[in-house]
Design a protein around this ligand. Structure first.
Ligand SMILES: Nc1ncnc2c1ncn2[C@@H]1O[C@H](COP(=O)(O)OP(=O)(O)OP(=O)(O)O)[C@@H](O)[C@H]1O
Length: 326
């Protein structure tokens, strides 16, 4: 059996992830499965832990499992992407858990662990990821990235003390609704240039642009219903020219993908995407704020082996060539 390492964010969902880990650890002990566990101490620490684990692995195939939310998974992905000998798993312990929704990971920690233990014995399943170049930095996302109003809301919500309090009360979504309403009437709409595979699209009065690798974001909103992490493509959603009140209405419909019926919501697909506007827009990557536009995004086809349920439709996986981002 490959060595299994767990990286746990004890702060995810305001400490709920510790309860998740306690259940997982008990199951591992009951099943007599050897493992090593590391707890993150601060933002960015999961990525550092990945590097130190891999250094000691001497090139042997290992499994690194993130226990937490989408931010923790994002950090682990950004750590493992440079190494060929790591397979990544996930046990949901966060607030939004869009990764597990999009990649069909069970919500129940024990079921998620059992899935990992079953899949370890099978052939590796590779998924696409997105690579962002902003300035001299690079960042990877596994679920989605967004520029504009949504990134501003997620930046303010994640840094507010209110998130912790509402998390404890099981009312996490309310913090996003609060910051959405707070910014709704003051947000300055932008003219945004989106270049997809060399073709320039100009969008006026734009609220936000998201680039998705799987359908879900923002804690269960089906922003990009057609997005697939197997097709070598990224799905672009642009929301523009909506009145402030209508934006609220459209926002609610995203939970059941009703927004696809509005002409103000545009859907495009591509492999290489550039986003820029005259005034920079805030940017999030898998729900974590990383800075502002301009930026370039590239789809990296089948570069990341992950432990998840089998793909429903194998034909979805198209063989593309020379699209490896490493
Ligand atoms: N020990 C720690 N103390 C404080 N923050 C941490 C710690 N470890 C990790 N973090 C940061 O906590 C943030 C939130 O983590 P994560 O996204 O996993 O949980 P969440 O916000 O509850 O879930 P979700 O993103 O699914 O809504 C991330 O930015 C992560 O880097």
């Amino acid at each position: 059996m490959k060595a299994i390492y767990f990286i746990i964010n004890p702060q995810a969902r305001n400490g709920y992830s510790q309860k998740v880990w306690a259940q997982v650890e008990k199951e591992l002990c009951d099943l007599k499965i050897p493992y090593m566990a590391f707890f993150t101490k601060y933002r960015g620490n999961a990525q550092e832990i990945v590097h130190s684990i891999v250094k000691k692995s001497k090139g042997e195939k290992i499994v690194i499992v993130a226990v937490g939310g989408d931010g923790t998974m994002n950090e682990v992905v950004n750590g493992v992407v440079k190494y060929k000998n790591v397979i990544t798993g996930f046990i949901p312990g966060g607030s939004g858990n869009d990764f597990s929704r999009g990649y069909h990971i069970p919500k129940d920690p024990i079921a998620a662990l059992k899935l990992i233990l079953r899949q370890i014995k099978k052939e590796d399943q590779y998924v696409d990821i997105g690579r962002i170049e902003h300035g001299s930095d690079e960042a990877f996302f596994i679920s989605s990235m967004g520029a504009g109003f949504d990134a501003l809301v997620s930046k303010e919500a994640n840094s507010s003390r209110m998130k912790g309090i509402l998390n404890r009360l099981g009312l996490t979504s309310f913090v996003y609704v609060y910051f959405l309403l707070k910014n709704l009437f003051t947000y300055e709409l932008k003219t945004v240039e989106v270049v997809i595979d060399g073709k320039t699209h100009l969008f006026e009065s734009t609220w936000f642009v998201t680039v998705s690798n799987q359908p879900y974001y923002g804690g269960g909103m089906k922003i990009s219903p057609e997005a697939s992490p197997y097709d070598g493509l990224l799905d672009v959603t642009v929301v523009q020219k909506l009145s402030r009140v209508k934006l609220l209405f459209v926002f609610i419909t995203v939970f059941w993908a009703g927004h696809t019926r509005f002409r103000e919501v545009k859907f495009l697909k591509g492999r290489s995407i550039g986003i820029q506007s005259q005034n920079p827009m805030d940017v999030h990557v898998d729900g974590e704020y990383i800075g502002g536009t301009p930026l370039k995004i590239q789809a990296c086809h089948q570069v990341l082996p992950i432990l998840k349920r089998g793909i429903k439709n194998e034909e979805e996986v198209k063989e593309l060539t020379s699209n490896d981002c490493n």
